[in-house]
Write a protein that binds this ligand. Sequence first.
Ligand code: ZLV
Ligand code: CA
Ligand code: ZN
Length: 393
Amino acid sequence: ESGITRPKGYNVSFHCNPEMEKHHFGVTHPMKPWRLTLSKSLIYSYGMSFAMDNYVSRAATYEELADFHSTDYLDFLGTVLPEPVPRDVENQNPDLKFNLGGSDCPLFEGLYDYCSMSAGSALDAARKICAKQSDIAIAWGGGLHHAKKAEASGFCYINDIVIAILELLRHHPRVLYIDIDVHHGDGVEEAFFSTDRVMTVSFHKYDPNNFFPGTGALDDNGPKNEQNPGAHHAVNVPLNDGITDEQYDMLFNTIISRIVEKFRPSAVALQCGADSLAGDRLGRFNLQVQGHGACVEFCKRMNLPLILFGGGGYTPRNVARAWTYETSIAIGCQDKISDVLPQHTPWRDQFRQETLFPTLEQILGEPRQNKNPPKRLQEIVNHVSEQLRFVQA
Ligand code: ZLV
Ligand code: CA
Ligand code: ZN
């Protein structure tokens, strides 16, 4: 009926765990796992499940989490209890162990389960790629790029991306990690600082004093010393408020083409944080669903095994639009889906406009001022080109 069919000779797998979506960070916290339910419901309403292999992913085991995280940290994460009463304004800065329990990374009911489910879906996706059973594997519940070896950070407790890439490295000589979340992918960058088998690239809003996490300057390219093979293997694309689809796609296509040419990855991991969209509660960019999706399309065209992760995204209706469109790109049915949301979509009124591609005016009223002059974008391209002279496959 929808006309959406399975692509021939091409496998897309979809990994999720409905139990994950039931967790709550707290009423005022911007991270809403429910956005995953809304996204999935739109994807299914368009009939896309018939064109993919759908898996309910398992929770990652302690041993799998310990591939990256320290056991001290995991043991603590596994035993901490939710706080009986939310912290008040007077008590914002208690002694935090592993940065757990602050207002960014609160302790909530079922925290450990939530974390192991996110990692489980990412790991399942990586295993399908390694077994060559999927060409594209999707884990919208993953993408938690700030978590460190022994520290929670920025709404992230377990770094499912690092765990998935470590799995890819068992079968792939070189992995390219790309991060289009509006925040800097600091946890993934740091985890692979000392290897030349992973190149990390993050596009993000950069303002060291006013925007989280404050790292990811253009010339932060990994520790530069003679003995470090990972030197020059971190690429950072710092941006300002209001960047548009046209500018972003120019940067993305130019930079990623040059990287692929030099680094020659055998697999790609793309974090699709949807907080880089216009109208996001925390984001600052003017990207539309089309421009965000164009990055996924570009990666698909490279014809390399690809994992799509979720990430940030704080206006659930826009998150659902972006990840639905991006799922359609993975399947290759983007030209067959209608701009008008299917009539039978659950929670259809949550979407405000009834289209998949609302205009900037519909999203924002008035677009945010664009503070990215063309000259600065050219400087960025030039810096990355220079940096790549030090990189060899
Ligand atoms: O999208 O937070 O700015 C991947 C991701 O990249 C901060 N945190 C830190 C540094 C000092 N704090 C402020 C503490 C605020 C705690 C609660 C909010 C609550 C309401 C509305 C906004 C925030 C908030 N927190 C906005 N930005 C922050 C960042 C963390 C951003 C993490 C992005 C995660 C999933
Ligand atoms: Ca980013
Ligand atoms: Zn983010």
